[in-house]
Design a protein around this ligand. Sequence first.
Ligand SMILES: [Fe+2]
Length: 241
Amino acid sequence: MTGVRLTDKVYLVGGSAYGVSAMGDCNLYLIDCGGKLALIDTGGGAGVPDVLDNITGLGFDPKTLEYALITHCHYDHIGGNKALKEATGCRIVAHESEVDDIENLGELTLMKMSLDEGREFSAEKVDLSLQGDERIEIGDVEFNVIHTPGHTPGGLCYVMVEDGMANLFTGDTASADGRLGFINGPGYDHEAWKRSIKKLISLEPERLFPGHGTFRLAGGVTALQNLDRSWNVPWNVTARG
Ligand SMILES: [Fe+2]
C-alpha cells in the first residue's frame, strides 16, 4: 500500500475504498505543516499499521504527527485513536459534545454495528475538545474549525488555505459529488445538517476532502450548492442492541 499526494500539502494516507489501508477505514488525509503533521480522522483501527507505513513511505516521520483532527465520533473515524496516539504521541481533537462517546465508545459512535462485523476497538482519551470557530496553528498551517451538526451532533469540518484556495475537510458532512450516502444514527438532525451545508457554502471552498468516496480538487463550492439543492434522503440507521 502507499500514500498519495493530492496537493502540495495534502496526502491521502488511509482509506479502504482506495486500497490505501485496511478495511473499515474512512479516508485519512495527512497535512504537511512544514516539519509537523496533522491527520484528519484515524480510521477504523485495523488500518493504523498501513497508515503509519504510508506516512513513512512518503518521507515523513510519524513521530512529528501533532494532532489527529477528528471530524465526528463514528467508529470508522475514531477507531485508530489509541493505536495512533501510542505510535506517534499525537493529540486527539474532537467536538466537546462527542468526547464522552468517543472516550467510552458510546451509542453515538455506532460501535455496536462495527462489533457485529467482528472488529475490535480500544477507547482513548480526547486531548482537546472544541466548540467550533477556533483556530489551530500547526507548524506553518492554520486550521479553522467549523461546527457542522447534522450527521452527528458534534460534527467538525476543518479549513486550511493553500495557494489562496480553501481546502475543506468535511468528514461525513458533505460528499464531493453533491450527493449523500452516509450512514446516520442517533443524534442525526436533518435540519441542522441543512444549515451546516449552507455554512460550508459560505466558506467558498475550492477543494473538498470528504471522509468517504471521491475528493474534489476544484469546484468544491459548486458540489456543495448541488447538495443544498437536491437533498436526497440519506440512509438512516440506529445502533443495534
Ligand atoms: Fe459518519
